[in-house]
Design a protein around this ligand. Structure first.
Ligand SMILES: [Zn+2]
Ligand SMILES: [Zn+2]
Length: 571
């Protein structure tokens, strides 16, 4: 009897009530308010019991004998059984693993207590790191939770930011597009659904995945979308918002009523400097059904998401100087793709057939040159075999012009990886600095410019040779590269492969400012992704304020041929 009076081993008096309160806080962070209320009620009831009676209640829960007990809901029963079988800390750790990542992080590191975390969610509506940052900046954390919490979160913000996983744009869009399709399929309450956040602006690294849905009954929409295929876990769910896990990534899904949809989508799209600029211009943002209404309220035409970076777009809009951005319909051909002759996975025929289906007027087949670092490259003998096959395929697909080309490596000495005699026989030559040869910026710049000055080179592909999220681009002297490209009539590429997205928007904007002609290519290695990679390239170009007049492959084939010929005529 004495052991019962002192409570079960490992659980001193008062602990159970405290544990249930922590679990209630975690339930509240997940947005399950009813469960939180049950747990809190149970905690108060258990606090009033003697330790022996509390222990007995837990043991009865273990033996399934609480069915007729007043106040014991099925969820609470499940929790008590869990607590009878396991350690309190383990139960709390498990519950903490099921909240949005930001809270998992700050609770594990004990930066805030669970009850403080609840206030961040309930009073400030914070669920993501971006929202926390904004609330810290606005002083709302300090106002609501006081100096101590504010100071601790500020101190931790840097480390949390460094920890916040960014996702390459290609993967981000895959996750969001797949999830959008399955949400649309199972949520008749939703009549409009848009990608938002960094991915909508085609930022190459995405820090938060966001979807915004429109529904006249938002809570019904939340009910429906939470059961969409592909959602592995729901980490938070409230009247207008769900944070879910899909393909191992956290996705923030917001639902707006029709009269506020424009404002929610606008705010969720960012970027923050653009939002600040708009607020400075038009004061507090009203609720509006469409983003266009918000811009009209500010006396501006609609500003497309790719331009919303706070780099002069609001001023340009105000003076009627926004660019007429390049879009998908302007692109008449794709000048960079690979086949099984090098490291592509599809045959020449399959690539050409796919390009015909897309509706291109022309394409260039550009496999890797002999000594490129790719897993498979094109030998000189293969090149003439490929020419023969292209001749045959041209007869089969008269609706499309096929340029026979190559993506030649720029060698460490700045020469090209095929002699001029071979390059001359091709319709188009692309050159690329695949191999840095561990050269410094100066040498890399010299090699790049040497290729630009080669009369047979029409395009320098992915000039910085960056790998999104893995390797920064070469630190070239870009001004010198742009000047040489403009001077010689050599195009620089915006490469749409999700691993490259290079030139990026910022560089592309500088390049056109220096008078450079650009190409936007897919650099596809499989037919299936031709369209998708072209779209990523176009989004990247739009971030760079690129207009159709800057883009070689937005011109008809005769002008492309003339561009190639003009460069070749240089001596
Ligand atoms: Zn390449
Ligand atoms: Zn390539």
């Amino acid at each position: 009897m004495s052991s019962a009076a002192s409570g079960p081993p490992g659980r001193p008096a008062g602990t159970l009530g405290r544990t249930l309160r922590t679990l209630a806080d975690l339930a509240e962070i997940r947005g399950t308010a009813a469960e939180a209320a049950d747990l809190r009620r149970a905690a108060s009831a258990i606090d009033a019991l003697s330790p022996a009676a509390a222990a007995a209640l837990v043991q009865r829960a273990r033996r399934d004998k609480l069915n007729n007990e007043p106040g014991i809901t099925p969820t609470l029963h499940w929790r008590l059984r869990e607590l009878a079988a396991t350690d309190d800390e383990l139960a709390i750790t498990a519950a903490r693993a099921a909240v949005p990542g930001l809270f998992r992080r700050i609770l594990e590191a004990r930066i805030v207590e669970p009850e403080e975390a609840v206030l961040l969610v309930r009073q400030l509506g914070i669920l993501t790191f971006g929202e926390l940052q904004l609330a810290l900046e606005n002083g709302r954390v300090q106002q609501t939770l006081g100096d101590g919490v504010d100071a601790r979160l500020r101190q931790a913000a840097h480390a949390i930011e460094a920890d916040t996983r960014t996702i390459p744009l290609g993967r981000a869009r895959d996750i969001l597009d797949t999830l959008s399709a399955s949400i649309t399929a199972c949520s008749p309450a939703i009549d409009l659904l848009s990608v938002a956040g960094d991915a909508r602006r085609f930022e190459s690294l995405v820090s938060g995945l966001v979807l915004v849905a429109r529904a006249s009954d938002p809570s019904l929409a939340i009910d429906q979308l939470c059961s969409a295929r592909g959602i592995d876990e729901v980490l938070h769910r409230s009247g207008r918002r769900a944070v879910v896990v899909a393909q191992q990534a956290e996705v923030d899904v917001r639902v707006a009523a029709p009269d506020e949809y424009g404002t929610v989508l606008f705010s969720a799209t960012g970027a923050r400097p653009h939002l600040h600029g708009m607020r400075a211009r038009s004061g507090h943002l009203r609720l509006a059904p469409r983003e266009e209404d918000l811009y009209a309220q500010a006396g501006l035409p609609f500003i497309t998401p790719e331009l919303r970076e706070g780099t002069g777009e609001i001023e340009a809009a105000a003076t009627g100087a926004l660019p007429e951005l390049v879009s998908r319909k302007d692109i008449l051909g794709d000048l960079h793709m690979h086949t099984i002759y090098s490291d592509g996975t599809d045959t020449l025929d399959a690539m050409v057939a796919a390009c015909c289906a897309i509706g291109y007027q022309y394409i260039a087949i550009t496999d890797h040159s002999e000594r490129a670092g790719a897993s498979r490259t094109l030998s000189r003998r293969d090149l003439s075999r490929q020419r023969g096959e292209i001749d045959m395929i041209r007869e089969r697909y008269p609706q499309i012009a096929i340029l026979h080309g190559v993506e030649a490596d720029i060698m460490p000495d700045g020469s090209l990886d095929f002699p001029d005699k071979i390059l001359e026989s091709l319709d188009i030559v692309l050159a690329s600095l695949h191999d840095s040869a561990r050269h410094d910026a100066k040498t890399l710049t010299r090699r790049c410019i040497q290729a630009i000055q080669h009369p047979l080179v029409t395009i320098v592909t992915h000039p910085a040779n960056r790998l999104v999220g893995r390797r920064a681009g070469y630190p070239l002297d870009f001004d010198a590269v742009y000047a040489a490209a403009a001077e010689t009539g050599t195009a620089l590429e915006i490469d749409g492969a999700p691993s490259h997205l290079d030139l990026d928007g910022e560089h592309a904007r500088q390049a056109i400012g220096a008078g450079v002609t650009l190409t936007i290519d897919s650099d596809c290695h499989r037919a299936r992704t031709l369209e998708r990679q072209m779209q990523l390239g176009i989004g990247t170009a739009r971030r760079g304020w690129v207009e159709p007049r800057h883009v070689l492959n937005a011109r008809p084939l005769n002008e492309v041929r003339a561009f190639i010929a003009a460069k070749r005529a240089r001596t």
